[in-house]
Design a protein around this ligand. Structure first.
Ligand code: PMT
Length: 222
């Protein structure tokens, strides 16, 4: 039975969006609901793993039995939380939609409406998966995600390589019923060694089980 095939494994899952403050009342973010990552976390927990969740701001009730949850807001906070846990983790799943840029500085007071235009200076955020990918040990498995709108396979494979993932899960921001917010998703999975897997459109809970099955096909899985 599959029931305990991840027993004894420590799994870290980043999920949800990040929020990057513009001022005390405004932020830059994206449409991630956290549903995909939550489904993966539940699947790992049900299959025996010890689950550590690092969640951006989501509307989900993450207080599941057996989850150790860290709530964060910005990419910087998500990175700090992930870096703290990484050394003791067997499998990392980077399903969060991390903002690539953040305002250079959050204004200390609410920005007043004045001119017709407002220019915000943005700076690049830390790439969590990339930085932890540099620290990945021989016996650790990193699972990335790619959310694309064009040239999807090309960009996904480039990210697989650049961020040192063992496998990457590609989903489309353009496909109906897939990607952000939906209860369903359709994914293509690319392994580092060239293996691929294409799913049907299915519930995120079902996609999560398929992703776990693919994790076990990584050459470093023992
Ligand atoms: O949350 P849902 O509403 O259920 O939607 C699920 C999802 C669409 C958010 C999820 O399936 C998904 O695709 N997550 C990754 C979204 C994303 O930001 O992809 P990306 O192509 O920009 O990033 C590539 C990878 O690097 C991802 O694993 C991402 O977590 C990671 N990354 C990116 C930027 C950054 N600064 N740090 C990172 O760790």
């Amino acid at each position: 039975s599959k029931k305990n095939d991840f027993s004894g494994r420590k799994v870290l899952i980043t999920l949800g969006p990040t929020q990057e403050a513009i001022d005390p009342v405004r932020f830059i973010s994206n449409h991630s609901s956290g549903k995909m990552g939550f489904a993966i976390a539940k699947a790992f927990q049900q299959r025996g793993a010890e689950v550590f969740v690092i969640a951006g701001p989501v509307a989900l009730d993450l207080s599941q039995k057996g989850f150790q949850v860290t709530h964060v807001s910005s990419a910087k906070e998500m990175y700090a939380a992930a870096a703290k846990l990484h050394a003791n983790i067997d499998i990392c799943v980077f399903s969060a939609a991390v903002a690539d840029y953040a305002p250079l500085e959050a204004a200390p007071e609410k920005i007043k409406k004045q001119d017709a235009e407002l220019t915000l200076k943005m700076v690049k955020n830390v790439d969590i998966a990339f930085e932890l990918g540099k620290l990945k040990r021989q016996n650790q498995i990193h699972v990335g995600f790619a959310l694309e709108t064009e040239n999807e396979e090309f960009h996904a494979k480039a990210k697989l390589d650049k961020k040192n993932f063992d496998l990457i899960v590609l989903n489309s921001a353009r496909e109906e019923g897939a990607g952000f917010r939906h209860d369903t998703n359709r994914v293509k999975i690319f392994h580092r060694d060239g293996k691929t897997f294409h799913s049907e459109l299915a519930l995120k809970s079902e996609i999560a089980e398929l992703i776990l099955d693919e994790v076990k096909k990584a050459p470093v899985w023992i």
